[in-house]
Structure formats: C-alpha cells, structure tokens
Design a binder for this molecule. Structure first.
Ligand code: BGC
Ligand code: IFM
Length: 812
C-alpha cells in the first residue's frame, strides 16, 4: 500500500493522506539553520546545534505522536482546521504534503477555502520562511481568521525540558509591530534572540502559551482560536510562544498571501550592552525586510531550487530502472546531504539532545557527500581530525556548535581511527587536492599540538598496528562499527550503560571487522604515502597490511564464512562453534570488499553463506541465529529481542557492503538484488509494512525473527545513505573517482542493456554511455574517450577539457 507518490519532475514526494503510518518528515536548511517538518507540520527548528541553540520546542515520545510544530489555525465560522491536518485533526476536503529539496508544501482545503503553506529555509539566511496563501474557492465571501503558532524553546533543549524550577521564571518576550521577539537569555549578555514575524499588520498576538491555549487545553483546541480573538498576552516566565492573528475577508476566487519569518538573530560580537533587557532590533529588522514581499520569498525559493538542481546535476543516471534513477538522482543524494548536516543528532528517532556528530559516522557520511560540496567535506575532515587524540584514538562524538570532543562518551571505539583515513582518501580521490594532507590540525582541539593532517592518518594507521590481541587481530576496545558488540563488558548492573561498564580497552577481545578495515584503508594509507614520496613508509605499511591479511585468513576464517570477533575469553564470536550468533554480516561484506579471500576462494563461500543463512525477502539480517538470551560477555547486542537492531535486524548500513562485495566477485545480478531489496523506492508499495518514509533509508528493518518483520525504524540519519550511494554509483554503475581520473567499472544485472551517466568530476563534466550488448555483468572491453579508444578502464584526467564524452562497452 502507498500513501503518496514520487513526482520525479519536481523532485518531490507527494503525500496524499495525513494518516501515514508514522510521521514522514523532511529537512529544511542546508547551511546553519535547520527545521524538521513532518507531513502534518510537526517538528522544530534550531541554529547550528539541535541541543544548544534550539528555537522551538518539541516534546518527545508524545501522545498523540508528533504533537507540536509550527502551526497555522484557520477559524472559519465554527470550523477550526489546519492546512497540515494536525493538531486539530479536522477532516479536510483535500490534503496534500509535498516534500521537496529543502522545502515542504502543505495544502489543505476545507469548506471552499484553500490554504497552502510553503515552508523553506532560504539560502544565506538563518530563518524558516512560511508563505501562506489563502484562496476562496467557494462562490460566497469568506470572513475568517488565521492564527499562527510556535512554542519557543529556551535555547538549551536539554535544560529546557528538565530544569523547570529555573525555566518557568526566565522567559521574556518583546513585541515590535507584527514581530514577536523571544529574548530569553538575552539579559545574560548572550548575543542571540529569536523572532517570529509576518509581513502585514496584525489584528492581535499572543506570546504566553497558557493564555493562548487556556487552562487544561492543548494544541488541538486552543481557547484563543475557539474564541476567534487573540489576547495580546505578554509572557513573563512560563512558556513563551509566538502567535499572530490575521482577520481577513476574501471574495470568491480571491487569493491573499502572507510571509511569516521564524528566525535566529545574532548581534555583532562587539555590541555595546547599554540596556541588557532591551533587544538590539537591527538584525530582526534586516531579516524581516529580506522577506517583506511575496516576490522576495518566491525568489528565495527559486534560488534554493536552483541550488539543488546544480548539486544534483553532479551525478545523474538515465536507465530503464525508474526506481533506481529516482533514488540515485534525487533522494539518495538528498539524504546524503542531510546525514552530512545532522550526523546522528536530530531526527524523529534522535532527539537532538543525545548524540551529536559521530566520528565514524561523519567520516562515512562523506562518501556520499564529497562530490556534492567538496569544500565543506574538507572542513568537516579537519573538524573531525581535530577531535583525534595524540595516540591516534578519537573522541567518539563531538558537539556541532563547539566542535569539541564529548568527554562524557570519550574514546575507545577502535574502528574510529581508520575511518579518518577512509574519509581523507575519498576526499583526495574526488578533488585531487593533496594539500589537505599538509593542513595543520590539532589533537583534541589543543592548538599547541597541531601537526599536518598526514600525521593524524599515520597515528590512525599505527593505532591498529599497536593494538593487536592474542590472535594478532586488532583489539576491539569498547566496540567496533557494531556499537553493541561490547566484548570487554563484564558487568552490567541494572541502570548501568553497556559501554562504560567494562574497562575501556581490552584485555583481549579482538575484531575481524577492524582487521578487514585495516586491509582496505591501510592500503589507502600506503597509497597516500607513495603519492607523498614516502616510499619506505608505503612499503612498511603494505607489509603490515599483508600481515593482517594473512591473519584474517587464519584466525579470521571459519570454514564457510569469516569469523566476527574473539571475546575477552578468547572464544570465537560468529562461528559455527557458537550456539547463537554463528554468522555475522559485517566481516563477510568488509573482508570481501577489502579484497580478502577472493583469490583463495573464501569470498565466494562467505557470500554464498550470507545468501543462504542471512538473506530474507526484506533484506539481509545482521546475524543468525538471533541471540535468544542475554550474554554478559557480548553486551548490548544480545540485549535486543531477536530480530531487532543489531540482534539480527536487517541493519541497512551493512547491506551495501554485501552488494559491493558481490560486485568485487563479478556478481552483478546478485549485487543489484541486494541493492533493490532495501531500496526505499522499490518497496514504496509496502509502506504499510515498512512504515517509515518511502523516499529515504532507515537504519533498521525488523528481521525475520521479529514479530514485526519488515517494519523499519530510525529513518534518515544512517550511514546507509552514504554507503548505498557509494554502492550504486561506484560499485554497481561503476563510476569510481580515483587519484588520476574516473575509473569506469560497472557490475550490473545482465538484463540491463545500458545506461548513461552525467558526472561532474573536479572541473570536468563527463557523459558516460555504458553499453551492454551481450548481457554481461562485469568487465569493460572497450573504452572510447572523445572518439579515441583508450587502454584499460580509467578515463585519463584532463583539466583542460570541460566536457568529455565516453562510451564504455561491457562485453565479458
Ligand atoms: C545504542 C544502540 C545503537 C548504537 C548506535 C548504542 O549506544 O544503544 O541501540 O544502535 O548506540 O550507535
Ligand atoms: O556503527 C554504528 C553507528 O555508528 C551508529 N548506528 C549504529 C551502527 C551499528 O551499531
């Protein structure tokens, strides 16, 4: 069953009922100001950091779900309704929500009145613009009122929802004509305040929540709206809100448009604090003036659309596979931008007050983002590397606003350092910019420790070399990619966190997964050394890689698949010797994509085991058999009921690893099958089972052991976005950015007769036609670049050309 459809030409997903299985959200903003919008207008906004600079409030785990947002109430006679249906939930005569690239459009019609809200965050501004267009579609005059509504958060979202003894007394507002100013914290000489204004004179306002809602009422039945009259309330402590009343009359066929601006204002750093309670209005005025007219708002929206057209023009595929095209050309890349911006901080499953930027997460996110805006990727790499410790380990997370490592969580996830090498290699391959390696970057943000970025990579590499266990495999520390594999976790008392209960490192638990990462990214490190003229170091690094390779083939091979790990008692995890958790997905995918065991025949065996034991109709589960019981020596992985999350859920993030691995052994049909099974657009018509948005990936789909097999959770903020884009663009469609040019090496379903890709690489735009006349799966037999046949499958990079036309023929 579907709840909407893809409108490919406008790059929108159109939701045709408000009653989606879960709120289906969108992200507005791609610079510093962000707003999360559900299909019924729920959500909140923030500046830079969802925890520290939150403009509007959102209550989590609320009832009804997703109650709270930026709302418009229409009071038309006795009927009160919202264009996005929530929160009043009056049945609409028609409803539509279009989620587009950085904007959402809500259209509701009730009793002949049409209300359309276009919400977006304009480029270059720190605000959400809501353009409200009201049209009288009836044949009689309409007299009615519109009430806007937002509830301000007192900035620090964590404090806001916990520290009531203080917060009920700090709220302050000012009203400047049609602009409501939320200035809590201003008297502490903070430079910021929020505004909510509209470009027309108003008939009234409210700034105090309880005055607006009325005692014992909620968002669904505010007193002021029911009465049809604002109270002009001034908040003093308690809960500041912003609400404007506009009363209007529309002739049949007449339309009126208003522009609302909800924004973040900041004063100049050197401002004089003449009177600490009174806001400097200049930034507020400037923001309101920027959107004083409909034409200004429309121009800003057009600019945003143009921005996205340019970004998405950097990678575009035309093929007979409509679903793949729409994911590759629009939604997958869009999600990569969102994961780049948010890391794992703010979604409908992440509160914005818990996790910030993840070290490993943000490194991986770059794989799907670096081609979009390489300059931002560069800065991100430097920010991430600045949270590395001198010994090569790293803070696992950092806060977006401060960019400081989070010391509550600390370090000890032993895969983290290697992801930095992966991110830097991806950046240099995309851009050819080796100068990043010379960039001076501190450890733990301590300027005096700054060294060239290359030295950070060296310490990353050496961290693995110097942290190996009894089988010579890398020590796992608190966990590797699988956060829930806490093999050094010996005690877990009720209330204790899994990852802090054991010693932060060791004694002996080891990870085959990190070993595979070391083979893959250790080779990248050696390559970077070579290209820096460090031949001896490159050779030494390759010797280490080779040693690890051999170690995997011995200690890491179980006969039919790769072992996952050794626990602290030196027992195997992910082996036929285990009762549960006999086989895990991660080492199968990562060993093969790192090239381990291909020539020895292990790769095909491991992938066949995955297909036989882990595959299901909805995707590949993380392990089998699911852990039935809790194991102290394994930690959180066994805390989940069978089929959920890391305990045998379909963890979408590592499905593309298998798909890529299949392309490494030439199985184009199987690689695509793995890609297709979890691809949102391909499973749109089972939305009642899948339940999360059909236009983005979720972190997890419940596995076959779970009651709700096929149900997804944790949509949007997942490494699946980047890895899937890497898989489909580089492994399946085979357009691989490399140090000296684009490599063309597709591995596709034999039935696909060809496809065409437009790819902007550095300053050159390539049109690459891939032809598959003989139903092959892999192997380029001919590469013609601007009419000239070249050897091999790499298009030599020539910066003097702006357009290059390539024909590649698959004919193995
Ligand atoms: C959570 C897991 C989650 C993991 C992701 C852990 O702290 O408990 O549920 O999958 O973090 O990083
Ligand atoms: O690898 C982690 C990631 O960092 C956050 N989400 C869950 C993954 C697997 O545990």
């Amino acid at each position: 069953m579907k709840y909407g459809y893809f409108d490919d030409s406008s790059r929108e997903y159109v939701i045709t009922t408000p009653k989606t299985p879960l709120p289906w959200i969108n992200y507005l903003g791609c610079e510093d100001f962000f707003s999360i919008k559900s299909n019924t207008s729920g959500g909140y906004c923030f500046y830079k950091d969802a925890k520290l600079l939150r403009l509007t409030r959102y209550r989590y785990n609320n009832v009804p779900f997703d109650d709270g947002g930026h709302y418009f109430y229409i009071k038309d006679g006795d009927t009160v309704w919202n264009p996005g249906w929530q929160p009043v939930q009056t049945e609409l005569d028609s409803y539509e929500c279009r989620h587009g690239m950085g904007y959402s459009i809500f259209t509701g019609v009730k009793n002949g009145l049409k209300a359309q809200v276009t919400s977006f965050v304009p480029m270059g501004y720190t605000c959400e613009v809501n353009k409200l267009t009201l049209t009288n579609e009836s044949d009689t005059v309409k007299n009615f009122s519109v009430f806007s509504y937002v509830e301000f958060c007192l900035w620090n979202a964590m404090d806001d929802m916990t520290n009531f003894q203080r917060n009920f007394s700090t709220g302050e507002v000012e009203v400047m004509g049609s602009v409501i100013i939320h200035k809590t914290e201003y008297r502490e000489r903070r430079r910021h305040y929020a505004i909510f204004g509209v470009n027309t004179p108003i008939n009234g306002f409210d700034t105090d929540r309880d005055s607006f809602l009325g005692a014992y009422r909620g968002y669904h039945n505010p007193q002021v709206v029911e009465d049809g009259k604002s109270k002009n309330s001034m908040a003093s402590g308690w809960a500041p809100i912003g609400s404007h009343q506009i009363t209007l009359s529309l002739q049949p066929g007449e339309t009126k448009t208003y522009i609302y601006v909800l924004g973040y204002c900041e004063n100049p750093a050197d401002q004089k604090w003449e009177s600490q309670g009174v806001v400097n209005k200049a930034p507020a005025k400037a923001l309101m003036e920027a959107f004083a007219t409909e034409a200004q708002a429309d121009a800003a929206l057009d600019h945003l659309k143009e921005y996205w057209s340019q970004l998405l023009g950097k990678f575009h595929v035309e093929s007979d596979y409509t679903e793949m095209n729409r994911m590759v050309n629009v939604w997958n890349q869009y999600q990569c931008m969102v994961t780049f911006n948010m890391s794992r901080s703010a979604s409908y499953f992440e509160s914005g007050i818990g996790r910030g930027m993840g070290f490993r997460d943000s490194c991986q996110d770059l794989f799907g983002f670096v081609h979009l805006i390489p300059e931002k990727a560069r800065q991100r790499i430097i920010d991430i590397a600045s949270t590395q410790m001198e010994d090569g380990s790293a803070y696992h997370q950092y806060q977006p606003l401060t960019k400081r490592g989070n010391s509550d969580i600390g370090s000890g996830f032993n895969d983290d350092p290697l992801w930095l090498i992966a991110a830097v290699a991806a950046y240099i391959k995309e851009t050819g910019d080796y100068s990043i390696l010379e960039e001076s970057v501190p450890f733990d943000n301590k300027e005096e420790t700054a060294v060239p970025l290359m030295e950070h990579l060296r310490r990353s590499f050496n961290f693995t070399v110097t942290h190996r266990g009894p089988h010579k495999l890398p020590l796992i520390g608190r966990a590797d990619w699988n956060d829930c594999l806490n093999l050094n976790c010996f005690s877990s008392e009720p209330g204790e966190s899994f990852q802090t209960s054991g010693p932060s490192e060791g004694p002996v638990a080891e990870s085959v997964f990190i070993a595979a990462m070391f083979v893959k990214y250790g080779k990248e490190y050696a390559m970077l050394c070579q290209r820096q003229g460090l031949d001896k170091e490159a050779d030494d690094a390759l010797a280490q890689v080779d040693d690890m390779y051999q170690t995997i083939l011995t200690a890491g091979w179980d006969g039919e698949w790769f072992v996952r790990a050794y626990d602290a008692y030196e027992n195997k995890v992910g082996s036929h010797e285990c009762e549960d958790g006999k086989i895990f997905i991660e080492p199968q995918g990562f060993c093969v994509l790192a090239g381990v065991g291909i020539k020895e025949g292990h790769a095909n065996k491991a992938l066949a085991s995955v297909e036989k034991i882990l595959d299901t109709k909805y995707g590949i589960v993380l392990l089998q058999p699911a852990y039935k019981d809790y194991h102290l020596e394994l930690g959180e992985v066994s805390s989940y009921p069978p089929g959920y999350k890391e305990n045998a859920g379909i963890f979408c993030h590592n499905n593309p690893w298998i798909s890529i691995a299949e392309t490494c052994v030439g199985h184009g049909n199987r690689a695509f099958d793995v890609y297709r099974k979890i691809c949102p657009a391909y499973i749109e018509n089972i939305s009642e089972i899948h339940r999360t948005e059909p236009y983005v990936y979720s972190q997890m789909i419940a596995g076959k052991d779970a009651k709700n097999f096929g149900e997804a959770k944790n949509s949007w903020l997942t490494g699946t976005a980047a890895w899937t884009f890497l898989n489909v663009s580089q492994a399946i469609l085979g357009i691989q950015p490399d140090y000296d040019g684009l490599v063309v090496d597709p591995c596709i379903p034999s039935e696909l007769s060809g496809f065409t890709i437009t790819r902007k690489f550095r300053d050159v735009t390539y049109t690459i036609e891939v032809q598959n006349p003989n139903k092959s799966q892999k192997g380029i037999s001919k590469l013609i670049v601007d009419g000239v046949t070249v050897d091999g499958n790499q298009i030599p990079y020539d910066a003097s050309k702006k357009q290059v036309h390539v024909v590649a023929v698959l004919d193995a």
